[in-house]
Design a protein around this ligand. Structure first.
Ligand SMILES: Cc1cc2nc3c(=O)[nH]c(=O)nc-3n(C[C@H](O)[C@H](O)[C@H](O)COP(=O)(O)OP(=O)(O)OC[C@H]3O[C@@H](n4cnc5c(N)ncnc54)[C@H](O)[C@@H]3O)c2cc1C
Length: 393
């Protein structure tokens, strides 16, 4: 019998628990410092409305991930979801992704149109390479649209004074295509939310039903050579460790602390049955407002009420670990930590991979890989997920 420890009971920890409980001869402990599983994905209630910490809308391009979750927790599909972006200067809402129909209605249409044509010409010549988010967008859509919609939003989203600091995006500017008209926010993905009024909660209990769960229990430190961990002051030995908390926290920040951002969530009940236009789930605010996004929860929870609940997300540097930063220097530091993981020690999930792009579906996808790796005694860091990659050293 091999002893396994899973650190953290968020989506990644619970998904790992479920996959590993299908492997013979493992005895699995999961520790979670909070008094509940699921972290920000757990359903809370306000004024009789269900909500989560931020939207937690289930989106995935993966057939196997969708099928897996849908079999356990039937998903109510809502493929037509749309986003709108507010531009205060124009006092107007535009669809996001940006499309030509909206561009035609912008006061700077001619300027933007000329810049878009120039971008197309340059991209056709094929020499453009972006080194940061600013270059990526300017080379793709021109300066005017960038200054209007992209720059102020990203400054607020990442609390940076200069968008050039976001330097982990090595995409070619061909990546942005301005469509002719509005469309669903994402093409070719499953988009939905559990039918259950308690959202994802059933998944967390179901996924961990065959393992030992210790709530209100904190990981303190690890001794890699002796394969021991200290949990609430007690030393314990494990054969396999699956980490889902900040990779710097796993190693007591021995190479330095990784930067993260937290989120504050404000809740507002409005005395109308529905506040956002049909099919619009999210409103993004691109300007000087402190918040980035509003979500109308009932659009995907399908909760019935004469009122509606709106959540407002505000980026804050409050020690919260909701968002790993998209800075090359930070990702290189995370990589240094990940490289010190020996065989049979795995790290996954958003903070455990130190990748902002890890969403609910990636946590599940990573858990599939984890199962294969442990069955085959393989090892990779972080556990592979979506198309997000670390920069090369
Ligand atoms: C505001 C917000 C909105 C989001 N919206 C969406 C969305 O719409 N769709 C989507 O797919 N994804 C969304 N995501 C991303 C997605 O929810 C996360 O990527 C996913 O939940 C990450 O799960 P995790 O298990 O890696 O981390 P977490 O959920 O953070 O879980 C980590 C767990 O570890 C525990 N822990 C921490 N330290 C210790 C310790 N020392 N000892 C023991 N336990 C510890 C924590 O209490 C927590 O329960 C959103 C994220 C945020 C922050």
């Amino acid at each position: 019998m091999r002893k396994v420890l899973i650190i953290g009971g968020g989506f990644a920890g619970c998904a790992a628990a479920h996959q590993l409980s299908g492997i013979e001869n493992l005895e699995i402990d999961l520790i979670e410092k909070a008094s509940f599983l699921g972290a920000g994905n757990k359903t809370r209630w306000y004024g009789g409305h269900p909500y989560t910490f931020g939207p937690r809308h289930f989106l995935t391009p993966y057939e196997d991930v969708f099928k897996y979750l849908n079999d356990i927790l039937p998903i109510n599909l809502c493929p037509e979801h749309e986003f709108l972006s507010y531009v205060e200067k124009d006092n107007d809402f535009y669809a996001y992704p940006i499309n030509m129909q909206d561009v035609k209605n912008m006061p700077e249409f001619e300027e933007i149109n000329n810049e878009l044509k120039e971008c197309k010409r340059q991209i056709k010549k094929g020499h453009i390479q972006a080194n940061n988010l600013e270059e990526y967008w300017i080379n793709s859509v021109g300066k005017t649209l960038y200054k209007k919609m992209i720059e102020p939003y990203n400054k607020k989203m990442w609390l940076v004074d200069d968008v050039k600091k976001i330097d982990t995006f090595k995409w070619s500017p061909k990546g942005v295509t301005i469509k002719d008209g509005p469309r669903a926010a994402w093409d070719n993905v499953y988009s939905g939310y559990p039918f259950d009024k308690n959202g994802y909660d059933h998944y967390f209990t179901y996924a961990t039903s065959a393992i030992n769960v210790f709530l209100n229990t904190s990981f303190e430190k690890i001794d890699i050579d002796r394969k021991t961990v200290v949990i609430d002051g007690n030393e314990k030995k494990y054969d396999i460790i699956v980490n889902t908390i900040g990779i710097d926290d796993l190693f007591s920040k021995k190479f330095g602390a990784l930067p993260y951002l937290g989120r504050k969530l404000e809740l507002i009940v409005l005395p109308v049955e529905e506040a956002f236009p049909k099919d619009v789930f999210f409103l993004y605010y691109t300007g000087s407002e402190s918040f980035t996004r509003l979500v109308e929860y009932k659009k995907f929870t399908k909760h019935k009420s004469k009122n509606t609940l709106i959540g407002m997300e505000i980026p804050v540097d409050n020690g919260g670990k909701d968002y790993p930063m998209p800075f090359k220097s930070a990702q290189l530091l995370a990589l240094k930590y990940l490289k010190t993981l020996p065989n049979n020690f795995y790290s996954m999930g958003r903070a455990g991979s130190y990748l902002y792009g890890i969403d609910i579906d990636d946590c599940i996808k990573q858990s599939f890989y984890l199962k294969d790796m442990i069955k085959e005694d393989n090892f990779e860091y972080p556990v592979p997920g979506k198309q997000y990659h670390f920069p090369e050293l």
